[in-house]
Design a protein around this ligand. Structure first.
Ligand code: NAX
Length: 328
């Protein structure tokens, strides 16, 4: 058995939490040789519900689940954590403006960034799923000066997985044949799912699509608006698929992405592909030995360039807004 890993999950009583925790406990995050110590953070009114989730986790009798601690104080819950899945966030309520949403989440993610900075393990890896995910990650990292910025990432793996599924359906190919999909930019409707480097087997995906107007009429809007379509159909937002993508993201970061493939992760930009340094933007990344690297040297055509720039402009605007609110 490996050394146990301490994993924090915030928003643990929420719907994504309900899908996520059981998969972590069963070993799907760090593999069958790594015991897990769960540290679950919730707001005070949700602690009673969380106790019910804890009972169910106990009832799973997961051999890898060593312990579960819950609480409503970030500094206590994050003590010594090696991984933090920041899922809990403030949803947009009726009559809430975008500024109110950024402000409410800024308050959450600045506190959690400070708490991680104070008490997390030196090797902590952080994934922000709670929306607006990229900017929440930016706020958290800005409030955690002692943690290397690149340890703060945000989830665009769900968009990546959605894009793979849509392309597989279009080309009538199995999902496992599709590789090198890329999501660029923000986890929002402005995101850009890019198939120009994607492959189906060894063939270039864009060359297999008969009419590339499909990108603008179907593919990009379907992937970008999939969350809204799921709300319309299900009456609540995507949860199991979001939990699955959160597992995929951290699993691959910790244990490595597949050979000859890459994954999409929103990470602090180092200036690659003209994305201003510091913005937390989605890139194609290769993960090895617990580290990730942005894939370099991809040719970006004019169509892709303008889409990436539009999404990055939105991120820069969110950055300006949260800076004006004093969170950076
Ligand atoms: P729920 O509303 O079911 O659960 C959120 C939970 O977070 C609640 O139990 C709430 O009490 C808790 N919470 C709120 N503030 C907290 C705080 N300060 N500390 C700890 N816990 C706190 O939402 P759910 O469906 O689970 O979604 C969670 C977040 O994921 C939302 O922000 C949602 O928008 C976001 N999503 C992100 C996706 C992505 O791809 N990045 C896709 C799915 C999802 O929409």
């Amino acid at each position: 058995m490996n050394t146990p890993v301490k994993v924090a999950v915030t928003g643990a009583a929420g719907q994504i939490g309900y899908s996520l925790l059981f998969r972590i406990a069963s070993g799907q995050l760090f593999g069958p040789q790594t015991p897990i110590q769960l540290r679950l953070l919730e707001i005070t009114p949700a602690l009673a519900a969380l106790e019910g989730v804890v009972m169910e986790l106990q009832d799973g009798a997961y051999p890898l689940l060593d312990s579960i601690e819950i609480g409503d104080q970030a500094e206590r819950v994050f003590d010594g954590v090696n991984a933090a899945l920041l899922v809990g966030a403030r949803p947009r309520g009726p009559g809430m403006e975008r500024r109110d949403l950024l402000e409410a989440n800024g308050a959450i993610f600045s506190v959690q960034g400070k708490a991680l900075n104070a008490v997390a393990a030196d090797d902590v890896k952080i994934v922000v799923t709670g929306n607006p995910a990229n900017t929440n990650a930016l706020i958290a990292l800005s409030n955690a000066p002692d943690i290397p910025a690149e340890r703060f990432t945000a989830l665009t793996r769900l968009d990546h997985n959605r894009a793979i599924a849509q392309l597989a359906a279009k080309l009538d190919a199995p999902v496992r044949e599709i590789s090198r999909m890329t999501i660029w930019g923000n986890h929002s409707a402005s995101q850009y799912p890019d198939i120009f480097h994607a492959r189906v087997g060894l063939e270039n995906a864009a060359e297999l699509v008969d009419d590339l107007t499909w990108l603008e009429t179907d593919f990009i809007p379907t992937v970008a608006n999939r969350g809204a379509a799921i709300i319309a159909a299900r009456g609540s937002s995507s949860a199991a698929s979001a939990a699955s993508a959160t597992i995929d993201h951290l699993h691959d970061w910790a244990l490595g992405s597949a050979a000859d493939d890459w994954v999409s992760m929103a990470v602090p930009s180092d200036g690659s592909y003209g994305v201003p340094q510091g913005l937390v933007s989605s890139f194609p990344c290769i993960c090895r030995a617990g580290e990730y690297e942005i894939v370099q040297g991809l040719e970006i055509n004019d169509f892709s360039r303008s889409r990436i720039e539009a999404s990055v402009a939105e991120l820069a605007e969110e950055q300006r807004a949260v800076r004006a609110l004093g969170f950076l």
